[in-house]
Design a protein around this ligand. Sequence first.
Ligand code: PV2
Length: 394
Amino acid sequence: KLFAQIIRKCHGRSQKPLYQPSPMSLSELLSFGQKKCEKKSFQFLNDEIPIRLAHIMREFEDLPKELLTMKSVKLVRSWYDLSFKEVQSFAEKDPDDTKVLAEFSVAIQNILNRHSYVVETMAQGVIEMEDTYGMDDKISERIQYFLDRFYMNRISIRMLLTQHAALFGNITNHPRRIGHIDPNCDVIECVSNAFKAARQICEHYHMQAPELDVITADGSKLSNFVYVPGHIEHILFEVFKNAMRAVVEYHRDKLELPKLQIIVAKGKQDLTIKLSDQGGGVPYQDQDKLFQYMYSTAPRPQYTGQESPLAGYGYGLPLSRLYARYFQGDLVVSSMEGYGTDVYLYLKVNSSEANECLPIYNTTTSRMYEAEKVVSDWSSSTNWNQSIRTYSTT
Ligand SMILES: O=S(=O)(c1ccc(O)cc1O)N1Cc2ccccc2C1
């Protein structure tokens, strides 16, 4: 019933449709945080969190039923149901009552803790489904579509909740940061922190790790760039692990490892970080598989326990691309098989353009789950059953 209201459009053009998520820009989140008004933050979250939870809870219902019956997926849905009810219970409470605000902060911490392992648990559900029912392209595409939206929704909810917890909880923060936002984010420091963390793992396991050269393009004044350092370090940590693993494995028997290279360039719109490795690269036709949840779970290497710790359960790149896209940036991989791979991380320079990227549930969404597989209207082989191979538009 509540969800039926949520996608109800209100009358009149000027108003935002009722119960649609409200994307915030980095600059709005920053100034909201600088005001440090706990009551306003409580009221905003009181409205916004149930809406963002409800939209993704409704989308769960369009998932392949094979996935919905998996116990890991049922467990994740039960967490969302519980958290939705907990936030809803504050709907009528008095925002001027400091006891209510204190209870709200406790509820937020409980919700963040409850949802700590959602990514792993959903990945387990996908594996359970594949083991039970097998996999085909159509199910794989629907799962890819859902997980990108599901994890982006989760990133957005955790961003709002951790901002409130950092601003009004009793966590001592970095002096100049507003919650998790740094008005003067030092990208070179982010690069250095991520590189050291990845190198430590690589050296511990592989006894060696490639060195790093960092180049800042001329005229790139890196100062006063507003961003969430944690997001940049999360992304760079993943791509450094990939690059180090590629270089160590491709040059296994050599004494000297070719260095990694980072170039940082800042223009009017983009701050771009390019990471180049000489790790042998990947075939062009396999490049998009790097971002597939199914690919990273499907051909599961036989876990012999000898797996390099640099090789996580493979969600590193798809999730990192969501973090990059969350504030209107992107993550692009460009590989040369036989040589190595370049990864471009694009970030918005202007915080007022860095708006949250939020999935919303509407008729387009539900159609995406019903869509039949498209038949290819390109032919690239004489063999008849090949020519109807569908042209995947991932
Ligand atoms: O596909 S890659 O070119 C590659 C992908 C993403 C990235 O960030 C860096 C990369 O280098 N690459 C990952 C990897 C792992 C083990 C052995 C060989 C390779 C090659």
